[in-house]
Write a protein that binds this ligand. Sequence first.
Ligand code: NAD
Length: 494
Amino acid sequence: MKNVLLESHVDSSVRVSTPVAVAFGDGIGPEIMKSVIGLIQAAGARIEYLPIELGQSVYNRGFTSGIEPAAWETIRSTGVLLKAPITTPQGGGFKSLNVTIRKTLGLYANVRPCSAYAPFVQTAHPKMNLVVIRENEEDLYAGIEHRQTDEVYQCLKLITRPGCEKISRYAFEYARAHGRKRVTCMTKDNIMKLTDGLFHKVFDEIGSEYPEIEKEHRIIDIGMARVASRPEEFDVILTPNLYGDILSDVASEIAGSVGLSPSSNIGDQCAMFEAIHGSAPDIAGQGIANPSGLLLAAVMMLVHIGQPEVATRVHNAWLKTIEDGIHTKDIFVAGVSDALVGTSGFADAVKDRLGKQPVKFAAVQYANQPVMKIQTAPMLRTAEVKTLVGIDIFVQWNSAVSELADRLRSAQTDRLQIQMVTNRGVKVWPGGFPETFCTDHWRCRFITDPYAEVSPAEVSELITNIYREKLDFIKAETLCLFDGNPGFSLGQGQ
Ligand code: NAD
C-alpha cells in the first residue's frame, strides 16, 4: 500500500530486520508518528516499517470498519502494530476502530504505566509510579446495544470467566516479571454481583498462585478517588475494561499530562503499541503535540520485538531531555522548564541525547528484564449442571403496572408463574411504591417456586401466551441454576 506521508520521512534505504505495521492515524497522529519513527531509527532500531492506513480516510472511502482487508493482512503477518491515535465519531456513526482492532486480534491485556517525572514535570504526586492493567476485550465494550422501547436503550455488559482468568494471570505475571509488589483489583461488585463479582472472584483464585505478591480489592469509586488523591499508594491496578480506560487517563493526567503515557495491547499472536491519548483535534497541525506517549509506546514495542538495547537508549535519552527541562507546551511551566519546544524540536532534543544517561532520574535498563510466561488457556473445569427454572420476559407497556400484572397472570403457565415485575431493576409489583419512577420498559419474572426444572416447551408456551395477550414482547432471558446456584440476580427490593 502506498503511503506518501510515510515515504516522505522514512529512509527506505535503512536495512531492517523486524517488520512492523505502522499507522499514522488522525489529528496529531501523523506529526507525532513522524517524530517517533525518526527517533527510533536514529537510535538504531532494526525495523522494516510497513505503513497501513486506518481511520478517517478509510471511513471516507466507504469502509465502515475504518480498516481495509490489506491492512488486516499486514498487521497479522507482522504481529506488531505501532499506531498513532485515530478519531472515532462520538454518539452515532462508525464503530470505534481501536476497539475493533483490540478485539479482533485478541489483544486482551492493555498495559498502561503512569509515572511522575518530578520535579521536572509538575505534579502533586511526585512519587507516583503505577501500572494500570485493563481488560481489553469485554465489559460494556462488547458494544452490543439496542433501543428496546420508546424510552429505553440497553448496552450489554459481558464478563467471561476465560477473559477474567487471562487478564488476572497477565497482571500477576506482569507484577512478577517487573518486580512489582502488589496488585490491586478494582470493581463494582457490591452492585454488579455477577459480572464484576466474577472478575473479583477470579482475581482471588488466580492470585492464590502468586503468594509472594500482595493482593487487595477496592470498590472502583473509592479506589479511583484514592488514585486521584494518593496514587503513590498503588503499584499494579487491575480493572475491567471501562473502569481501566477512565482510571488510566486520570492517572496519566495527575502524573503530569495525558500526553506522557504509553500503552501496549497484548495478545497471544499480535501486539499493538500506542499512546493512551486521542487524536487531539484541538491542536492538530500546530506542531505542538507532545510525542512522549507514542515514543514510550515505541520503547515498549522495542522491548517486545527483542531490541531492548535500543529501547534502553531511547528511554534514557528521553529521560535526560525531560530532566534538562526541554518541554512541550502541555508540560511546560515557566521557572521549572528551561525551553519550550514543539513536537519536532522535542524529538530533535531527544535525538541529540541518544547515548546519554539521565543524571537526576534513575536510568532504565531493559536488557535483563525477565520474559513473562503467560498461560492463556483457560483453567480446566468440569461443566456445571445447568437447570432451567424460569424466564425474565421484557415488554414495553405504557399503562399502570396493575393492568400489566393482570395480563401477565393470564399469560402464565401451570409452572411458570409471574413472581415479580421490575422497572429499571426495581420491584414495582407486587407491592410497589407510588414514588418509584417507571418508564415504558418492564421486566416480568416467571419462575417455578420452589425452583424446579422446566422444559423449553413450557417456555415457548409462555412466550406464545405473551403474544396472545397482545403484550409488546422485547426479549427474554432464561433463568438457570448452575450446580443448584441461581445464575441471576434478585430484583432491587425483592
Ligand atoms: P484527546 O486525548 O485526543 O485530547 C484530550 C486533551 O488532551 C486535548 O486538550 C488535547 O489537546 C490534549 N492532548 C492529547 N494528547 C496530547 C499530546 N500528545 N500533547 C499535548 N496535548 C495532548 O481526547 P479527545 O479530545 O476526547 O478525543 C479526540 C479523538 O481521539 C476522539 O475521536 C476520540 O474517540 C479519539 N481517541 C482515540 C484514541 C486512540 O486512538 N487510541 C484514544 C482516545 C481517544
